[in-house]
Design a protein around this ligand. Structure first.
Ligand code: BGP
Length: 463
């Protein structure tokens, strides 16, 4: 017999600042690395996005109409602190105050991501996360946020997909180095992010009355490609460097031993200052937020053997002597080639709960597709409904298994700019009328999934 979703289960959805807001170089905002980066060919820049900066009231009203209990959004660091440190941009503070107050007006809990891929360019030019000072920069930003919003924002997420920033750092832009130097830089940046996160968690508990905070990595369980024993070792390797490195540190304040062995092998163990390990031990998350899109499948890989599988940031690649990414023949794909694995979602949740015993909230999950607006203003996205329904079923099964699940925030509340494919790849419940380069009306339309999700929420997951 299935256990019901908890009564106070947090149904909602997610967005991130640089992908949804627009107004990226106006209203006092400083540029972030995203604004400076060359956008992939054929895709829109970030000047307008979904124009959430000007239309947040309409958008939050639509979220309220769906019955959202929570809205996960990120605060742009360089909108608050244009130079990353120093002077505060009051217009930025006002904007996020308005967004927060608008949520609260409808009893929607704001769940704020502090960092979602958007390092202020001014800090990047000073060396970014590779510099030890980045810890202080981030903690200062956290302090400014707690001071200004902590009276009303009680749920916080530290760094979105830190593991993707490191593991796919060359694709996402965390490093431009290649060869052995790449690893050295990435794992030093990683260490600074981890210390910054631990300090921000401790500070949240100090400054925000009733504040709860957690990490938000992208967790994909790794499957062995076959029942060859060495493929199981490969799966353990990838799980360690992709998943557990981040969560073992967030929860236990310890470096995962397999991940450490990997860094040693790559000559990339970070420089750890005296006192760091104590700081890491003292930052306790109240919950685990995590993004889930699919699982990963890997085979054993001897030194100097194998080919890279896939090409984009979600695909599993290869690390010589560690693992070799493989396609999973049992899984269907999205229009954009991402594997779809609802069962793997349950398996991932089971594994996470066994390891960490903390309540969990899904901070992203969803289907990127080519949606079409019909002439009478409809979007028939049955494929998205199917995807989400199957994943929600697996959450309920995981709850029945005994896992403690707090909420579900699929990606994304509203259509926005994808990380690599611009506006053609849509995830929202709300359609935004614009194309890649033609801004059209920017009007909002309710997709079929909008009406469906509204029923899911109203019935607390029973529909
Ligand atoms: C996650 C990111 C999001 C988001 C999503 C979908 O990795 O946290 O920012 O965009 O993936 O990815 P994409 O836009 O590449 O389809």
């Amino acid at each position: 017999k299935l256990k019901p979703f908890p009564k106070d289960f947090l149904w909602g959805a997610s967005t991130s600042a640089y992908q949804v807001e627009g107004a990226n170089l106006s209203h006092g905002k400083g540029p972030s690395v995203q604004d400076v980066k060359k956008v992939p060919e054929g895709t829109s820049d970030l000047t307008v996005c979904a124009d959430f900066y000007h239309r947040y009231k309409e958008d939050i009203a639509l979220m309220a109409e769906m019955g959202f209990k929570v809205y996960r959004f990120s605060i742009s660091w360089s909108r608050i602190l244009p130079q990353g440190t120093g002077e505060v941009n009051q217009e930025g503070i006002d904007f996020y105050n308005n967004v927060i107050n608008e949520c609260l007006k409808y009893n929607i809990i704001p769940l704020v991501t502090m960092f979602h891929f958007d390092m202020p360019q001014a800090l990047e030019e000073r060396g970014g996360w590779e510099k030890r000072e980045s810890i202080d920069w981030f903690v200062n930003f956290a302090k400014v946020m707690y001071e200004n919003f902590g009276d009303r924002v009680k749920y916080w997420l530290t760094i979105n997909e830190q593991n993707v920033l490191i593991l796919s750092g060359d694709i996402i832009g965390t490093t431009t180095l290649t060869g052995p130097e790449k690893y050295k830089s990435l794992y030093q940046q990683n260490h600074h992010m981890l210390v910054a996160q631990a300090k921000a968690m401790a500070l949240c508990h100090e400054m925000v009355e009733g504040g709860k905070i957690g990490p938000a990595p992208n967790i994909s369980l790794a499957y062995p490609a076959s029942c060859k024993p060495e493929d199981q070792l490969a799966a353990q390797n990838l799980n360690a460097i992709r998943n557990w490195l981040y969560l073992d540190m967030a929860v236990y304040g310890e470096y995962n031993h397999l991940a450490w062995a990997f860094m040693e092998k790559r000559n990339a163990t970070p420089h750890i200052e005296e006192g760091d390990m104590e700081i890491l031990k003292n930052g306790h998350p109240d919950f685990i937020g995590f993004n889930y899109y699919s699982t990963a499948t890997v085979a054993w890989c001897d030194e100097n053997q194998g080919e890279t599988f896939g090409h984009d940031q979600q695909k599993t690649r290869m690390e010589e002597g560690v693992y070799l990414g493989a396609a999973n023949p049992n899984l269907p794909h999205t229009d954009f080639g991402w594997e779809i694995d609802p069962f793997g979602f349950r398996a991932t949740i089971r594994e996470m709960y066994s390891r960490y015993r903390l309540p969990m909230i899904v901070t992203e999950n969803g289907l990127g597709a080519y949606d079409k607006l019909t002439e009478d203003g409809k979007v028939h996205d049955q494929y998205r409904i199917e995807y989400l329904r199957k994943h929600i079923e697996q959450i309920q099964l995981a709850i029945t298994d005994g896992a403690e699940m707090m909420g579900y925030c699929p990606w994304s509340a509203i259509d926005l700019i994808s990380t690599h494919e611009g506006m053609v790849k849509r995830y929202g419940f709300i359609y935004v009328d614009r194309d890649e380069f033609d801004l059209k009306t920017l009007d909002r339309y309710r997709k079929d999934s909008f009406y469906w999700y509204k029923k899911v929420i109203a019935s607390n997951g029973e529909d």
